[in-house]
Design a protein around this ligand. Structure first.
Ligand SMILES: NC(=O)c1ccc[n+]([C@@H]2O[C@H](COP(=O)([O-])OP(=O)(O)OC[C@H]3O[C@@H](n4cnc5c(N)ncnc54)[C@H](O)[C@@H]3O)[C@@H](O)[C@H]2O)c1
Length: 354
Protein backbone atom coordinates (compact mmCIF):
# COMPACT_ATOMS: atom_id res chain seq x y z
CA UNK A 1 0.00 0.00 0.00
CA UNK A 2 1.49 3.34 -0.86
CA UNK A 3 1.69 6.12 1.68
CA UNK A 4 -0.36 8.74 -0.08
CA UNK A 5 -1.76 11.33 2.27
CA UNK A 6 -3.96 13.90 0.74
CA UNK A 7 -3.23 17.07 2.68
CA UNK A 8 -5.60 19.34 0.84
CA UNK A 9 -8.94 18.93 -0.86
CA UNK A 10 -8.67 16.99 -4.10
CA UNK A 11 -10.16 19.00 -6.95
CA UNK A 12 -13.03 17.35 -8.79
CA UNK A 13 -11.74 14.94 -11.39
CA UNK A 14 -12.85 16.12 -14.80
CA UNK A 15 -11.93 12.85 -16.52
CA UNK A 16 -9.84 14.87 -18.98
CA UNK A 17 -6.72 16.87 -18.68
CA UNK A 18 -8.04 19.70 -16.62
CA UNK A 19 -10.04 22.69 -17.69
CA UNK A 20 -8.61 25.80 -19.33
CA UNK A 21 -4.92 25.51 -20.17
CA UNK A 22 -4.63 21.86 -19.09
CA UNK A 23 -3.35 19.94 -16.10
CA UNK A 24 0.11 20.46 -14.64
CA UNK A 25 1.95 18.42 -12.03
CA UNK A 26 4.48 20.26 -9.86
CA UNK A 27 6.88 18.01 -7.91
CA UNK A 28 8.25 20.04 -5.00
CA UNK A 29 5.15 22.26 -5.16
CA UNK A 30 5.20 23.21 -1.45
CA UNK A 31 8.70 24.65 -1.61
CA UNK A 32 9.92 28.20 -2.09
CA UNK A 33 9.90 28.20 -5.90
CA UNK A 34 7.29 25.45 -6.24
CA UNK A 35 4.60 27.36 -4.33
CA UNK A 36 5.12 30.47 -6.47
CA UNK A 37 4.98 28.29 -9.59
CA UNK A 38 1.71 26.63 -8.49
CA UNK A 39 0.18 30.07 -7.94
CA UNK A 40 1.30 31.26 -11.34
CA UNK A 41 -0.04 28.15 -13.10
CA UNK A 42 -3.42 28.44 -11.34
CA UNK A 43 -3.54 32.12 -12.29
CA UNK A 44 -2.83 31.15 -15.90
CA UNK A 45 -5.80 28.75 -15.92
CA UNK A 46 -4.17 25.38 -15.24
CA UNK A 47 -5.44 22.65 -12.96
CA UNK A 48 -2.48 21.93 -10.67
CA UNK A 49 -1.41 18.83 -8.76
CA UNK A 50 1.49 19.38 -6.33
CA UNK A 51 3.54 16.43 -5.05
CA UNK A 52 5.78 17.07 -2.07
CA UNK A 53 7.33 15.10 0.78
CA UNK A 54 7.47 18.29 2.91
CA UNK A 55 11.15 17.83 3.64
CA UNK A 56 11.85 21.51 3.13
CA UNK A 57 8.44 22.59 1.78
CA UNK A 58 5.81 23.99 4.12
CA UNK A 59 2.04 23.71 4.14
CA UNK A 60 1.77 27.41 4.95
CA UNK A 61 3.43 28.22 1.60
CA UNK A 62 0.20 26.95 0.03
CA UNK A 63 -2.21 28.89 2.24
CA UNK A 64 -3.21 31.26 -0.57
CA UNK A 65 -4.20 28.45 -2.97
CA UNK A 66 -5.26 25.62 -0.66
CA UNK A 67 -8.95 26.42 -1.15
CA UNK A 68 -8.75 26.63 -4.95
CA UNK A 69 -10.87 23.86 -6.52
CA UNK A 70 -8.28 23.50 -9.29
CA UNK A 71 -5.51 22.73 -6.81
CA UNK A 72 -4.57 19.41 -5.21
CA UNK A 73 -1.59 18.63 -3.03
CA UNK A 74 -0.45 15.08 -2.33
CA UNK A 75 2.21 14.12 0.17
CA UNK A 76 4.62 11.90 -1.69
CA UNK A 77 8.35 11.26 -2.02
CA UNK A 78 9.35 11.22 -5.71
CA UNK A 79 12.01 8.60 -4.99
CA UNK A 80 9.11 6.12 -4.61
CA UNK A 81 6.78 4.95 -7.40
CA UNK A 82 4.23 7.69 -8.10
CA UNK A 83 0.96 7.37 -6.16
CA UNK A 84 -1.11 7.42 -9.36
CA UNK A 85 -0.85 7.44 -13.13
CA UNK A 86 -1.69 11.15 -13.39
CA UNK A 87 -2.93 12.14 -16.85
CA UNK A 88 -1.16 15.48 -17.13
CA UNK A 89 -0.11 17.80 -19.95
CA UNK A 90 2.88 19.36 -18.22
CA UNK A 91 5.24 18.26 -15.47
CA UNK A 92 7.59 20.51 -13.50
CA UNK A 93 10.27 18.72 -11.49
CA UNK A 94 11.37 21.00 -8.64
CA UNK A 95 11.58 18.27 -6.01
CA UNK A 96 14.99 18.44 -4.33
CA UNK A 97 16.27 20.21 -1.23
CA UNK A 98 18.17 23.23 -2.53
CA UNK A 99 20.18 24.60 0.38
CA UNK A 100 23.49 23.00 1.46
CA UNK A 101 22.49 22.12 5.07
CA UNK A 102 19.31 20.46 3.83
CA UNK A 103 20.76 18.57 0.88
CA UNK A 104 23.80 17.48 2.89
CA UNK A 105 21.68 16.19 5.80
CA UNK A 106 20.94 12.98 3.86
CA UNK A 107 23.19 13.08 0.79
CA UNK A 108 22.20 9.64 -0.48
CA UNK A 109 18.54 10.55 -0.42
CA UNK A 110 19.35 13.83 -2.18
CA UNK A 111 21.10 11.94 -4.97
CA UNK A 112 18.21 9.46 -5.22
CA UNK A 113 15.76 12.37 -5.39
CA UNK A 114 17.50 13.79 -8.45
CA UNK A 115 17.99 10.45 -10.19
CA UNK A 116 15.06 8.22 -9.18
CA UNK A 117 12.67 11.18 -8.92
CA UNK A 118 13.57 12.25 -12.45
CA UNK A 119 13.11 8.71 -13.79
CA UNK A 120 9.66 8.39 -12.15
CA UNK A 121 8.53 11.72 -13.59
CA UNK A 122 10.10 11.16 -17.02
CA UNK A 123 8.30 7.81 -17.25
CA UNK A 124 5.05 9.58 -16.40
CA UNK A 125 5.73 12.15 -19.14
CA UNK A 126 6.46 9.36 -21.58
CA UNK A 127 3.21 7.51 -20.77
CA UNK A 128 1.08 10.61 -21.25
CA UNK A 129 3.00 12.53 -23.92
CA UNK A 130 3.47 15.37 -21.42
CA UNK A 131 6.01 18.16 -21.71
CA UNK A 132 8.45 18.04 -18.78
CA UNK A 133 10.55 20.73 -17.10
CA UNK A 134 13.61 20.14 -14.93
CA UNK A 135 14.82 22.63 -12.31
CA UNK A 136 18.54 22.22 -12.77
CA UNK A 137 21.09 24.53 -11.23
CA UNK A 138 24.14 26.71 -11.72
CA UNK A 139 25.84 24.21 -9.37
CA UNK A 140 26.39 22.03 -12.44
CA UNK A 141 29.19 24.52 -13.27
CA UNK A 142 30.85 23.83 -9.88
CA UNK A 143 33.67 26.29 -9.18
CA UNK A 144 33.72 27.66 -12.73
CA UNK A 145 36.90 28.37 -14.65
CA UNK A 146 34.90 30.31 -17.27
CA UNK A 147 33.18 33.57 -16.33
CA UNK A 148 30.35 34.34 -16.89
CA UNK A 149 29.03 30.84 -17.44
CA UNK A 150 27.45 30.07 -20.83
CA UNK A 151 25.37 26.90 -21.26
CA UNK A 152 28.13 25.34 -23.39
CA UNK A 153 30.58 25.34 -20.45
CA UNK A 154 30.86 21.82 -18.99
CA UNK A 155 31.83 22.94 -15.48
CA UNK A 156 34.47 22.23 -12.86
CA UNK A 157 32.79 19.94 -10.36
CA UNK A 158 34.10 17.72 -7.56
CA UNK A 159 32.59 14.22 -7.85
CA UNK A 160 33.11 13.21 -4.23
CA UNK A 161 32.92 16.28 -1.98
CA UNK A 162 30.12 17.22 0.43
CA UNK A 163 28.30 19.20 -2.29
CA UNK A 164 28.55 16.42 -4.88
CA UNK A 165 25.27 14.72 -3.91
CA UNK A 166 23.48 17.83 -5.14
CA UNK A 167 25.76 18.94 -7.99
CA UNK A 168 26.29 15.50 -9.49
CA UNK A 169 22.66 14.51 -8.84
CA UNK A 170 21.52 17.50 -10.89
CA UNK A 171 24.08 16.75 -13.60
CA UNK A 172 22.80 13.15 -13.77
CA UNK A 173 19.23 14.43 -13.99
CA UNK A 174 20.18 16.61 -16.99
CA UNK A 175 21.65 13.50 -18.64
CA UNK A 176 18.43 11.57 -18.01
CA UNK A 177 16.24 14.35 -19.39
CA UNK A 178 18.13 14.59 -22.68
CA UNK A 179 18.48 10.79 -22.97
CA UNK A 180 14.69 10.41 -22.56
CA UNK A 181 14.23 13.10 -25.17
CA UNK A 182 16.59 11.42 -27.65
CA UNK A 183 15.33 7.90 -26.91
CA UNK A 184 11.58 8.44 -26.61
CA UNK A 185 11.08 11.80 -28.31
CA UNK A 186 9.55 13.49 -25.27
CA UNK A 187 9.57 17.28 -25.01
CA UNK A 188 12.00 18.33 -22.25
CA UNK A 189 12.85 21.81 -20.99
CA UNK A 190 15.82 22.16 -18.64
CA UNK A 191 16.50 25.40 -16.76
CA UNK A 192 19.82 26.01 -15.01
CA UNK A 193 18.69 28.23 -12.18
CA UNK A 194 21.11 30.69 -10.59
CA UNK A 195 20.72 31.97 -7.02
CA UNK A 196 17.08 33.05 -6.59
CA UNK A 197 15.59 34.69 -3.52
CA UNK A 198 12.26 36.03 -2.32
CA UNK A 199 9.37 35.48 0.07
CA UNK A 200 8.89 31.86 1.25
CA UNK A 201 12.54 30.98 1.54
CA UNK A 202 13.04 29.23 4.87
CA UNK A 203 14.65 31.35 7.61
CA UNK A 204 16.95 28.45 8.56
CA UNK A 205 17.87 27.17 5.12
CA UNK A 206 21.42 28.48 5.12
CA UNK A 207 21.12 30.38 1.84
CA UNK A 208 22.97 33.65 1.80
CA UNK A 209 20.09 36.11 1.25
CA UNK A 210 17.80 34.56 3.87
CA UNK A 211 20.71 34.12 6.30
CA UNK A 212 21.73 37.77 6.10
CA UNK A 213 18.19 39.14 6.34
CA UNK A 214 17.25 36.94 9.30
CA UNK A 215 20.51 37.75 11.13
CA UNK A 216 20.01 41.47 10.48
CA UNK A 217 16.38 41.42 11.65
CA UNK A 218 17.38 39.57 14.81
CA UNK A 219 20.32 41.91 15.42
CA UNK A 220 22.72 38.95 15.31
CA UNK A 221 26.18 38.96 13.75
CA UNK A 222 26.05 38.62 9.96
CA UNK A 223 28.29 35.73 8.99
CA UNK A 224 30.27 36.16 5.81
CA UNK A 225 32.17 33.04 4.79
CA UNK A 226 35.70 33.85 3.67
CA UNK A 227 36.69 37.40 2.77
CA UNK A 228 33.35 38.14 1.13
CA UNK A 229 34.99 38.95 -2.20
CA UNK A 230 33.36 35.91 -3.82
CA UNK A 231 30.54 36.99 -6.13
CA UNK A 232 26.99 35.84 -6.72
CA UNK A 233 24.09 37.09 -8.82
CA UNK A 234 20.64 37.25 -7.28
CA UNK A 235 17.38 36.80 -9.17
CA UNK A 236 14.02 37.74 -7.65
CA UNK A 237 11.52 34.85 -7.62
CA UNK A 238 8.91 36.64 -9.77
CA UNK A 239 11.44 37.11 -12.57
CA UNK A 240 12.50 33.48 -12.39
CA UNK A 241 8.94 32.12 -12.58
CA UNK A 242 8.36 34.26 -15.68
CA UNK A 243 11.50 32.61 -17.12
CA UNK A 244 10.05 29.15 -16.36
CA UNK A 245 6.86 30.04 -18.23
CA UNK A 246 8.72 31.38 -21.24
CA UNK A 247 10.97 28.34 -21.43
CA UNK A 248 8.06 25.92 -21.05
CA UNK A 249 5.94 27.76 -23.64
CA UNK A 250 8.67 28.36 -26.23
CA UNK A 251 7.38 26.92 -29.52
CA UNK A 252 10.60 24.96 -30.09
CA UNK A 253 12.29 23.06 -27.25
CA UNK A 254 15.93 24.14 -26.86
CA UNK A 255 18.18 21.10 -27.35
CA UNK A 256 20.26 22.03 -24.30
CA UNK A 257 19.78 23.46 -20.78
CA UNK A 258 19.01 27.19 -20.53
CA UNK A 259 20.53 29.54 -17.93
CA UNK A 260 17.97 31.54 -15.94
CA UNK A 261 19.32 34.05 -13.45
CA UNK A 262 20.25 37.65 -12.93
CA UNK A 263 23.57 38.59 -14.56
CA UNK A 264 24.11 41.59 -12.26
CA UNK A 265 26.96 40.52 -10.00
CA UNK A 266 27.52 41.46 -6.34
CA UNK A 267 30.23 40.48 -3.90
CA UNK A 268 28.98 38.80 -0.74
CA UNK A 269 30.30 41.78 1.27
CA UNK A 270 28.24 44.15 -0.90
CA UNK A 271 25.14 42.07 -0.21
CA UNK A 272 25.84 42.02 3.54
CA UNK A 273 26.28 45.80 3.63
CA UNK A 274 23.13 46.34 1.58
CA UNK A 275 21.09 44.17 3.96
CA UNK A 276 22.47 45.92 7.07
CA UNK A 277 21.72 49.26 5.49
CA UNK A 278 18.30 48.29 4.34
CA UNK A 279 17.15 46.84 7.65
CA UNK A 280 18.77 49.66 9.71
CA UNK A 281 20.32 46.82 11.65
CA UNK A 282 23.00 47.18 14.28
CA UNK A 283 24.37 43.75 13.35
CA UNK A 284 28.13 43.43 12.89
CA UNK A 285 29.58 41.68 9.86
CA UNK A 286 31.86 38.83 10.97
CA UNK A 287 33.95 36.44 8.87
CA UNK A 288 34.03 32.63 9.12
CA UNK A 289 36.12 30.06 7.18
CA UNK A 290 34.96 29.34 3.63
CA UNK A 291 33.14 25.97 3.32
CA UNK A 292 34.67 23.21 1.15
CA UNK A 293 34.11 23.69 -2.62
CA UNK A 294 32.39 27.05 -2.19
CA UNK A 295 32.48 28.60 -5.69
CA UNK A 296 34.43 31.88 -5.97
CA UNK A 297 32.24 33.44 -8.61
CA UNK A 298 28.93 32.86 -10.32
CA UNK A 299 27.28 34.87 -13.04
CA UNK A 300 24.98 33.55 -15.74
CA UNK A 301 25.43 34.27 -19.40
CA UNK A 302 21.75 34.69 -20.32
CA UNK A 303 22.27 35.49 -24.02
CA UNK A 304 20.22 32.46 -25.08
CA UNK A 305 17.26 33.32 -22.82
CA UNK A 306 17.38 36.95 -23.97
CA UNK A 307 17.49 36.08 -27.64
CA UNK A 308 15.18 33.05 -27.81
CA UNK A 309 12.78 33.57 -24.89
CA UNK A 310 12.76 37.38 -24.82
CA UNK A 311 13.48 37.02 -21.09
CA UNK A 312 15.65 38.93 -18.68
CA UNK A 313 15.20 39.85 -15.01
CA UNK A 314 13.39 43.10 -14.29
CA UNK A 315 13.41 43.38 -10.49
CA UNK A 316 16.38 45.25 -9.00
CA UNK A 317 18.07 43.78 -5.91
CA UNK A 318 16.91 46.72 -3.76
CA UNK A 319 13.26 46.10 -4.70
CA UNK A 320 13.51 42.33 -4.27
CA UNK A 321 15.17 42.77 -0.88
CA UNK A 322 12.30 45.04 0.19
CA UNK A 323 9.74 42.32 -0.50
CA UNK A 324 11.87 39.61 1.05
CA UNK A 325 12.72 41.61 4.17
CA UNK A 326 9.05 42.43 4.73
CA UNK A 327 8.22 38.72 4.43
CA UNK A 328 10.82 37.67 6.99
CA UNK A 329 9.89 40.51 9.30
CA UNK A 330 6.28 39.25 9.33
CA UNK A 331 7.39 35.61 9.66
CA UNK A 332 9.59 36.44 12.63
CA UNK A 333 6.81 38.34 14.32
CA UNK A 334 7.40 41.85 12.99
CA UNK A 335 9.71 42.69 15.86
CA UNK A 336 11.71 45.17 13.82
CA UNK A 337 10.66 47.95 11.57
CA UNK A 338 12.24 47.48 8.20
CA UNK A 339 11.22 50.88 6.92
CA UNK A 340 7.91 52.04 5.50
CA UNK A 341 9.28 51.57 1.98
CA UNK A 342 9.28 47.80 2.21
CA UNK A 343 6.14 47.50 4.28
CA UNK A 344 4.13 49.57 1.83
CA UNK A 345 5.35 47.76 -1.26
CA UNK A 346 5.00 44.20 -0.03
CA UNK A 347 1.80 42.31 -0.65
CA UNK A 348 3.02 39.23 1.17
CA UNK A 349 0.69 37.60 3.68
CA UNK A 350 2.17 35.03 5.99
CA UNK A 351 0.24 32.43 7.96
CA UNK A 352 2.62 30.46 10.10
CA UNK A 353 1.09 27.14 11.04
CA UNK A 354 3.29 24.17 10.33
N1 LIG B 1 16.19 28.75 -5.22
C1 LIG B 1 17.30 28.69 -5.91
O1 LIG B 1 18.11 29.62 -5.88
C2 LIG B 1 17.61 27.50 -6.79
C3 LIG B 1 18.78 27.55 -7.56
C4 LIG B 1 19.08 26.46 -8.36
C5 LIG B 1 18.21 25.38 -8.45
N2 LIG B 1 17.08 25.37 -7.71
C6 LIG B 1 16.22 24.18 -7.81
O2 LIG B 1 14.87 24.54 -7.81
C7 LIG B 1 14.09 23.56 -7.09
C8 LIG B 1 13.27 24.25 -6.02
O3 LIG B 1 14.17 24.90 -5.12
P1 LIG B 1 13.67 25.79 -3.91
O4 LIG B 1 14.63 26.90 -3.79
O5 LIG B 1 12.23 26.06 -4.05
O6 LIG B 1 13.94 24.80 -2.69
P2 LIG B 1 12.93 24.19 -1.61
O7 LIG B 1 13.75 23.33 -0.72
O8 LIG B 1 12.12 25.27 -1.00
O9 LIG B 1 11.97 23.32 -2.51
C9 LIG B 1 12.16 21.96 -2.79
C10 LIG B 1 10.84 21.26 -2.58
O10 LIG B 1 10.98 19.89 -2.95
C11 LIG B 1 10.47 19.08 -1.90
N3 LIG B 1 11.21 17.81 -1.94
C12 LIG B 1 12.52 17.60 -1.65
N4 LIG B 1 12.83 16.31 -1.82
C13 LIG B 1 11.68 15.69 -2.24
C14 LIG B 1 11.35 14.36 -2.57
N5 LIG B 1 12.27 13.38 -2.51
N6 LIG B 1 10.08 14.08 -2.94
C15 LIG B 1 9.15 15.06 -2.99
N7 LIG B 1 9.40 16.34 -2.68
C16 LIG B 1 10.66 16.65 -2.32
C17 LIG B 1 10.71 19.87 -0.63
O11 LIG B 1 9.89 19.47 0.44
C18 LIG B 1 10.41 21.28 -1.10
O12 LIG B 1 9.04 21.56 -1.04
C19 LIG B 1 15.08 22.53 -6.55
O13 LIG B 1 15.11 21.43 -7.41
C20 LIG B 1 16.40 23.26 -6.60
O14 LIG B 1 17.48 22.37 -6.79
C21 LIG B 1 16.77 26.40 -6.87
Amino acid sequence: MNRVIKVLKLGASSGRRGAGRGRALVAGGAGFLGSHLCERLLGDGYEVIALDNFHTGKRYNLTGIAGDASFTCIKHDVVDALPGDFAVDEIYNLACPASPPHYQADPIHTFKTSVLGSINLLDLARRHGAKIFQASTSEVYGDPLVHPQPEGYFGNVNTHGPRSCYDEGKRSAETLFFDYSRTYGIDVRVARIFNTYGPRMQPDDGRVVSNFIVQALRGEDITVYGSGTQTRSFCFVEDLIEGFMRLMNAPVAPQHPVNLGNPVEFTIMELAELVVDYTNSRSRIVHRPLPVDDPRQRKPDISFARQHLGWEPKVALSEGLAHTTAYFDALLGGRRSVGSRSAARSSVHVAVGS
